[in-house]
Design a protein around this ligand. Sequence first.
Ligand code: URA
Ligand code: CA
Length: 432
Amino acid sequence: MLRMVDIIEKKRDGEILSKEEIEFFVTGYTDGSIPDYQASAFLMAIYFQKMTAEEQGYLTMAMAESGDQIDLSAIEGVKVDKHSTGGVGDTTTLILAPLVAACGVPVAKMSGRGLGHTGGTLDKLEAIEGFHVEISTEQFIQQVNDLKIAVIGQSGNLTPADKKLYALRDVTATVDSIPLIASSIMSKKLAAGADAIVLDVKTGAGAFMKTLEDSQQLADAMMAIGNEVGRTTSAVISDMSQPLGCAIGNALEVKEAIDTLQGKGPEDLTELCLVLGSKMLLAANKADTEESARAQLQEVIDDGEALRLFGAFIQAQGGNEEIITNPNLLPQAKYQIDVVAKQSGYISGMDADEVGVAAMLLGAGRATKEDVIDLAVGIMLKKKIGDYVEKGEPLAVLYANKEQVDDSINLMQNHIYISAEKVASPTLIHSL
Ligand code: URA
Ligand code: CA
């Protein structure tokens, strides 16, 4: 008979666990028969001794199977999901969903709200008047078959093992363990029904992983898990030393997504969407080479099909699709307040996470689950790393519903660095 104490001891001593042992832990911890103190000791043992790709595969599958699993088999074609490991002002999901759907890739997206500098994809979509994600699984599947794109709110019982373990990791100093992060992320993607997964692992000040080396290890671990459990998984490592694009905030990011779908978006955001979109087309067998994938994506931008589909998708889920031609119909903030440069020079760096905090202080994000987001507020960056700025010129514009925004202004002025020498803009995509 399996006993948790023996499993802890085995991992503590650096031995490799079996599928049965890992399943015993996940099942027992989820149903409450294994107490927090044993789970805590086990997590710490994993933190120090790590896990093989095979062990991580077992852990991922056990967590994916701990609650509801979405069956997408009624949808024709390869269901490709994209996951970004979090960052500041990351608008990619809003753009990629209609972009790849317009190229024929079925997008059956389950999205959450979450905590952070801005809301999650769901919050951003809810900046569109009338848009709702509370649709039945049947409607969801039907809409993907009809339109190639639908977004549904996350089931409350998706990967309960991960929910419980994540909360425990948070208070036992075991969050930043690569096997634990990788299995946590991958378990949710598998439970949400993905056949193939494209990962966007962020690196830099605004990311979970601050160094390229750690980001690379996380990407490798997640790709190994994907392959271990039979889902095609590819990854890109992308820069998060500054926010992606210019908009940080919910309605502002919807507007930025519309611009990008029309080919008028910020250069970095556009490029990352083309790179990730190409990987998604390849994974869905819609293209044989990156070049042909990219050409297809460019075509649906140029001929307006990607934006048209975004409108049809909004309409199908009850939203006012007129926002695609008239973004002023999105929630508007009362005040626009400049954050000016205190000296002339080149932007040499920023602390992206602090810029995110400045957006959160305006009300764009949640610190706790109960917080209510102000969908209208946020930040539009006017300068990015490498740009020249004159003293007194705006670095950014704050969109606010209150006049008193000194905290946000100070944060931005203190965390956007200006130097006399020209600085190159950071590499957006790091090769794998
Ligand atoms: N995001 C997750 O979903 N899980 C982790 O463990 C870390 C980040
Ligand atoms: Ca953005």
